[in-house]
Design a protein around this ligand. Structure first.
Ligand code: NAD
Length: 484
């Protein structure tokens, strides 16, 4: 029996979908139905957009301090309920409770605090022209209107709030559609909005499937801006749909991220960090390392240590605070990841460890678990090297020269991030410059300064997110020129 029945959040009220249709959402750890999620359609999206449009004039004219204060209150309430939200996120997504507690929910809280305070300190540009005509020009960053926000299932609340917070901070109202696989914490957040005194209609959340509710939002003529995080396939579809309407578009898409390890590293430290970058959140982070290139002189040593550490990375019930990895998000995703591992094994790859998990508690036997999987022996053209698998699978090979490793690292259609392991600063600077990715981490991974641009090159996306980048995206810059 499902534990949670969700409803849409429109105009500050919880409402059932107009068609009364619901989707089953499973707890990935058990495979059991865990929540009923509205299968909303175009009519629900239309209602949500109407409410957002109605709320826009007042919200966009509110003093910045008012918007900031409400957002800080949202963050405070969320923080006071961190344990509850973390538990729900873990049950809904399959990630270890410890990850939800240490990463997902704290970051969601910080997203609100970051933008609530960012807007208090903005200084707009101005210039005086001193030619034959003297003029003072200044820039106004105006909210765009109703923002359409679409998010994926891997970091549900973290990524949704990374969109909602800047959208409303800069004076927009919004309609959000979280992933149908992980809608629960978004639903719970709606109660927090009301408790914090967010005016009705500023944030509306409509649940449901991408091709129904998602496309209705993307194509709505009164939604001039779409911020999307998800797969490259769907990102392409959204770009196609919105092109004739000249919508502002931000696309944060897939990755196939390389880790490059040179011979001068501290191997213990490096192996430990590469294990985390490959298998955290079951490998279901767009920034996870999925290809490791190791300098030939340390290749065997690295591989032995890495395989041993992967075998020791504990997989199990996400509610157990001692596990390192939980369950994959769905049966369908499990089949996809398994398919790639089988393909690797049947096409000349060596699978050193991974796939099945032997010892699982009784309750978890219907869950979708895959052990950290390490593969070698594949050619660079293999689908396992070229495609985003988005699971706990890493392919390892060796390299001899900078030129060779750069060709391999850059030899995929994605360009989200890379990690580089070396003590040689000159080499780090040279290789970083030549990597065709949006972020290069050197001797670390997933260290985020929210002021720094985040986004992908090539098929990993269009646009960047950060304090300043999100300001540019969620506003229209207007130049006002006064002759003096
Ligand atoms: P997805 O593209 O299948 O779905 C993402 C969202 O889009 C969901 O809410 C879904 O319902 C919606 N959607 C699906 N079809 C749609 C359509 N036709 N129109 C409008 N909306 C539609 O992605 P996913 O499987 O949920 O997430 C995994 C993907 O997200 C991976 O490729 C991963 O790399 C990527 N991702 C990227 C980043 C980043 O910052 N670059 C971060 C996290 C995840």
């Amino acid at each position: 029996m499902s534990k949670h029945q969700l409803s849409n959040f429109i105009g500050g009220k919880f409402v059932d979908p107009i068609n009364s249709a619901y989707l089953d959402s499973c707890n990935p750890a058990t495979g059991q139905v865990f929540a009923k999620v509205p299968r909303s359609g175009k009519e629900d999206v239309d209602d949500a957009v109407s409410c957002a449009l109605k709320a826009f004039p007042s919200w966009s004219e509110q003093p910045t301090q008012f918007r900031s204060k409400v957002m800080l209150k949202i963050a405070d309430i969320l923080e006071s309920r961190l344990d509850e939200f973390a538990k729900l996120e873990s049950q809904d997504q399959g990630k270890p409770i410890t990850v939800a507690k240490a990463i997902d929910i704290p970051r969601a809280i910080y997203n609100f605090r970051f933008f609530a305070t960012y807007i208090l300190h903005m200084v707009e540009e101005q210039r005086t022209l001193d030619g034959p005509i003297r003029a003072l020009s200044y820039v106004q960053h105006m909210p765009v209107g109703v923002a359409g926000l679409i998010s994926p299932w891997n970091l549900p609340l973290y990524l949704l709030t990374w969109k909602i917070a800047p959208a409303i901070a800069f004076g927009n109202t919004c309609v959000a559609k979280p992933s149908e696989l992980t809608s629960l914490t978004a639903y719970k957040l709606c109660g927090v909005f009301n408790e914090a005194g967010l005016p009705p209609g500023v944030v509306n959340i409509v649940f449901g499937l991408g091709p129904d509710a998602g496309e209705a939002l993307v194509c709505h003529p009164e939604v001039p801006l779409i911020s999307f995080t998800g797969s490259t396939l769907v990102g392409n579809r959204i770009a196609e749909l919105t092109a004739p309407m000249c919508k502002k578009l931000s696309l944060e898409l897939g990755g196939k991220n390389a880790g490059i390890v040179y011979e001068d590293v501290d191997l213990d430290e490096c192996v430990d960090a590469c294990i985390r970058s490959s298998f955290s959140n079951q490998g279901e982070i767009c920034l996870c390392t999925s290809r490791l290139y190791i300098h030939h002189s340390i290749y065997n040593d690295f591989l032995n240590r890495f395989v041993t550490a992967a075998r020791n990375f504990r997989v199990g019930d996400p509610s157990d605070p001692n596990v390192n990895m939980g369950a994959l998000v769905s049966a369908q995703h499990y089949e996809k990841v398994k398919g790639y591992i089988e393909l690797a094994a049947s096409s000349g790859g060596v699978v050193h460890c991974g796939l099945g998990v032997d010892e699982l508690p009784q309750d978890c036997r219907g869950g979708h678990y895959i052990a950290p999987t390490v593969i070698t022996g594949l050619t660079e053209s293999s689908p396992c090297i070229q495609d985003e698998i988005f699971g706990p699978v890493v392919c390892i090979s060796s390299f001899q020269t900078d030129e060779e490793v750069l060709k391999k690292a850059n030899g995929v259609r994605y360009g989200l991030c890379a990690t580089l392991w070396t003590k040689d600063v000159n080499r780090a600077l040279t290789i970083s410059r030549k990597l065709r990715v949006g972020t290069v981490w050197t001797n670390c991974w997933l260290v985020r300064d929210l002021h720094m641009p985040f986004g992908g090159m090539k098929m990993s996306g269009v646009g960047r997110e950060s304090g300043a980048d999100s300001k540019h995206f969620f506003t229209e810059a207007k130049t006002v020129c006064l002759r003096i």
